[in-house]
Write a protein of this length. Structure first.
Ligand code: ASP
Length: 318
């Protein structure tokens, strides 16, 4: 029997309140979100697999300069970009990740290469870049990821308090975040993918939750596929993605309860801001955040695609 399909994506959670973005900027972001989810949706509707769908969505989002992943990744203290990404397949819990890579145009494709063509789950720094070059992924200069907006944000942070800043959770203004996708395919399998530049003005070498399997990214056909966004240090300390799955698998929780209890409970209790997107093998799809907004898009049970920025937002694509 054919399974239902499900798909959700995010472009970061944070202080996103109406009025902060111009109408043109909002429309542009909705259009990018729609393009990304429509790409993954076509794959799933054609009977394609969930891993291809989440990778394709994230590739689109990595091309969007609004989001902090691929082109438009934030700057480190050293004035460069270090990219983290992970991908995981729920059927066998195979996973791949890169951390602190500097020269891979599409970090999510790099993570998939690690999963499918190395003996390892995660490669970091130069080892990741060298491996990906050896796999035929043409390296890009690190300044490929620069955008004027990110440079301006970095200059502001550097000259104000020197602290690192989450995009966009703790930041005022037009700051944008990590990207991710979760999917259920018609074969009944789930997958998750997440990609980020991390946090503005982070120490070089800092690694967040995104590439850590079980923190920012997790997929298991017995529970759910989850991709997170938010202040990574807190997501690591609460193993957010795996905690949601474990509540379902061992505690019998449904997806909505598990996501709510982790994002509004465990995570919030230690001061963690952010959110998750998640799909379960029965098609249940959740987008849960404890911040004012989250860039997001999803497919509803009738096959209609939606995009949203703010808490009560909902644009439908018929
Ligand atoms: N979770 C990411 C990190 O801490 C940041 C984000 O989601 O915007 O690296």
């Amino acid at each position: 029997m054919k399974s239902p399909i499900a798909l959700a994506i995010h472009g970061g959670a944070g202080v996103l309140k109406p009025g902060r973005l111009s109408e043109r900027e909002e429309n542009d972001i909705h259009a990018w979100l729609h393009r990304a989810i429509a790409t993954g949706h076509r794959i799933l509707e054609a009977g394609g697999n969930c891993l291809d769908a989440v990778e394709a969505c994230v590739v689109e989002l990595e091309l969007c300069p609004w989001f902090n992943a691929g082109l438009g990744a934030v700057f480190t203290q050293a004035g460069e970009h270090e990219l983290d990404a992970a991908i995981m397949r729920g059927s066998d819990r195979n996973a791949g990740a890169i951390a602190g890579a500097r020269h891979v145009r599409h970090p999510i494709c790099g993570a998939r290469q690690v999963m499918e063509h190395s003996d390892h789950v995660m490669l970091g720094g130069r080892g990741a870049d060298d491996f990906l070059a050896s796999r035929g992924m043409t390296p890009v200069d690190n300044d490929y990821f620069d955008t004027p907006l990110r440079r301006q944000q970095w200059e502001e942070h550097r000259h104000s308090n020197g602290a690192m800043a989450l995009e966009p959770t703790h930041a005022e203004g037009h700051k944008f975040g990590t990207v991710g996708a979760v999917a259920l395919d018609s074969h009944g399998h789930v997958a998750a993918a997440t990609s980020t530049g991390g946090i503005t003005n982070k120490r070089y070498g800092r690694i967040g939750d995104t590439p850590l399997i079980g923190a920012g990214t997790w997929a298991d056909d017995r529970s759910a596929a989850i991709s997170a966004t938010g202040h990574g240090e807190y997501f690591i300390r609460t193993a957010v993605a795996h905690d949601i799955a474990a509540r379902m698998q061992y505690g019998g929780a449904d997806l909505a309860t598990a996501c709510d209890d982790v994002v509004h409970g465990e995570l919030k209790a230690i001061g963690g801001d952010g959110g998750v997107i998640a799909v379960a093998p029965d098609g249940d799809t959740r987008l849960v955040f404890n911040t004012p907004g989250m860039y997001r898009a999803w497919r509803d049970e009738n096959g209609v695609l939606h995009t949203a920025i703010y808490a009560d937002d909902d644009r439908r694509y018929l």
